[in-house]
Design a binder for this molecule. Structure first.
Ligand SMILES: Nc1ncnc2c1ncn2[C@@H]1O[C@H](COP(=O)(O)OP(=O)(O)O)[C@@H](O)[C@H]1O
Ligand SMILES: Cc1cn([C@H]2C[C@H](O)[C@@H](COP(=O)(O)OP(=O)(O)O)O2)c(=O)[nH]c1=O
Length: 213
């Protein structure tokens, strides 16, 4: 399982993201995915958005806890992303690491685009400016009914600004993910996240094996 034979024109690493509504079970699986690659001798950089650098973590605190309008929210997540890409993601990919990132721009299209109703054409412009073409090589989409995710969250933790939203919001976020992924089905592995952790893990392994990873 070597990634060094990846596209000759681009960096040699792999950029893998994990997406889904809050409570989908992403955090529960992420270390297992990282361990799989680490055990194979690869450098794995585990990170998250918004966040992943000192500046972006400060922006994350604001986005998750301070009241603000949707344009401000959108600009802050992209500002955090820009710093994260420059400081962490691009350097790691350039040295051949696997970057495993809890959420990326698909979340912006799902939460700000789907959930908040923000103009997707503006999101696409910001995406172009901030990312300069950078996209994940593979995205795991943990998909499940918002009602199930809400029950899991209620049992697990105190809600932040997003997690306090109602079922209708998360239904719109889920639809936002579905619409976004319709355009790029080849980079997305949809995981049925309603089943137990072992069955979720088995789907992840199957998706990686199907790609020869
Ligand atoms: N496959 C699963 N089935 C049932 N409960 C789960 C599953 N995966 C995670 N959980 C539980 O649901 C809650 C939310 O999971 P978490 O991994 O924090 O989700 P996320 O990171 O996607 O918000 C936690 O209490 C976790 O133990
Ligand atoms: C990356 C990103 C996240 N978000 C939201 C989705 C999540 O509710 C929140 C980040 O939460 P998440 O990283 O899932 O945190 P945790 O599981 O530790 O609570 O930020 C956006 O609204 N837009 C974005 O572009």
């Amino acid at each position: 399982m070597s990634f060094v034979s990846s596209p000759a024109s681009g960096p040699r690493g792999r950029f893998v993201t994990i997406e889904g509504i809050d409570g989908a079970g992403k955090s529960t699986q992420v270390e297992r995915i990282a361990a799989r690659w680490r055990d194979a001798g690869l450098e794995v950089v585990r990170t998250r958005e918004p966040g992943g650098t000192p500046l972006a973590e400060r922006l994350r605190e604001l986005v998750l806890h301070q009241p603000m309008d949707t344009l401000t929210e959108t600009l802050l997540v992209f500002a955090a992303r820009r710093d994260h890409l420059r400081e962490v993601v691009e350097p790691a990919l350039a040295r051949g690491a696997v970057v495993l990132c809890d959420r990326f721009t698909d979340a912006t299209f799902a939460y700000q685009g789907g959930g908040r109703g923000f103009d997707r054409a503006v999101l696409a412009q910001l995406e172009g400016w901030v990312q300069q073409g950078r996209q994940p090589d593979l995205t795991f989409w943990f998909d499940l009914a918002p009602e199930i995710a809400a029950r899991r969250r209620a049992a697990a933790r105190a809600p932040d600004r997003f997690e306090s939203e109602d079922i209708a919001f998360f239904t719109a976020v889920r639809a936002g993910y579905a619409q976004r992924f319709d355009a790029t089905p080849q980079r997305v592995a949809r995981i049925d996240a309603e089943v137990g952790p072992e069955a979720v893990a088995a789907q992840i392994d199957a998706a990686l094996e199907a790609r020869g990873w």
